[in-house]
Write a new protein. Sequence first.
Length: 280
Amino acid sequence: MLELFPENESPWGPKLPDAELRYYPNFWTKEEADMLFKTLLHEIPWRQDPITVFGKTYPQPRLTSLHSKERQPYSYSGIQMNPEPMSKTLAELLDKIKTVEKNDFTSVLLNQYRNGMDSNGWHSDDEKELGKHPIIASVSFGEERYFHLKHKTHKEERLKIKLGHGSLLIMGGAMQEHWQHQIAKTKRTRLVIPAGTYAGVDHEIMTTSLPVVAHTTTSMDDETAYQLTKTYWEQKSDMGAAAAWWNGVSGTLLENIYGKVHPGAKRYYQEAGMGLPAGS
């Protein structure tokens, strides 16, 4: 297993059998990546398709959206997607990629991983619509996630890359014929401890966390769940005054929730204008 954390702006390309791989860790500046992340998050018509695995159907563990210049449908894992038009933002994104990869990309498949429980299992991008040896350009914005690769026959050939905010990964050659890749589930979530939380620490601290969620059963009535949720959030500022680390808990952490939210709790979040992950 090879694990690398490239820090420079030059493309990094390991020598792999039956593959061509290039990784640009800072293809977009942080300011550019921040803007693109916010724009795509809000302008893309995200959807969650059902997927059938070993005869059982589940909601796909991520949100997706397909956009194409040619408007040709695309199928994978029993899902057929009819593309949306190519937006101005996506066209500009493709123009930027063309500065290092001259291939004429005609389609963009976007995946939104809402939290660590969203994932994309082992697969190859080898659908017939893509041709025999397609070139795949993978762009990442937002939270860092590990990108795992493994050779289909040489089991010892494995690779793990941390895909950073504003990075570009290009896979070419015979890679889709001989390799598989995945974005695995993770329970680790990035957390910022605000400055001043601890005595003598006057700057933000970036760390990791594990989600802690209060669970109940379906026997709890809606009003009780509503009042418990309401009381917690309305008293949080007082708790923060008593113990500063509570100030690091905010509504943005709700995106880490996986599973169903109690209808009573959901009512409070809707009244308070606090967003919940799709399908929760």
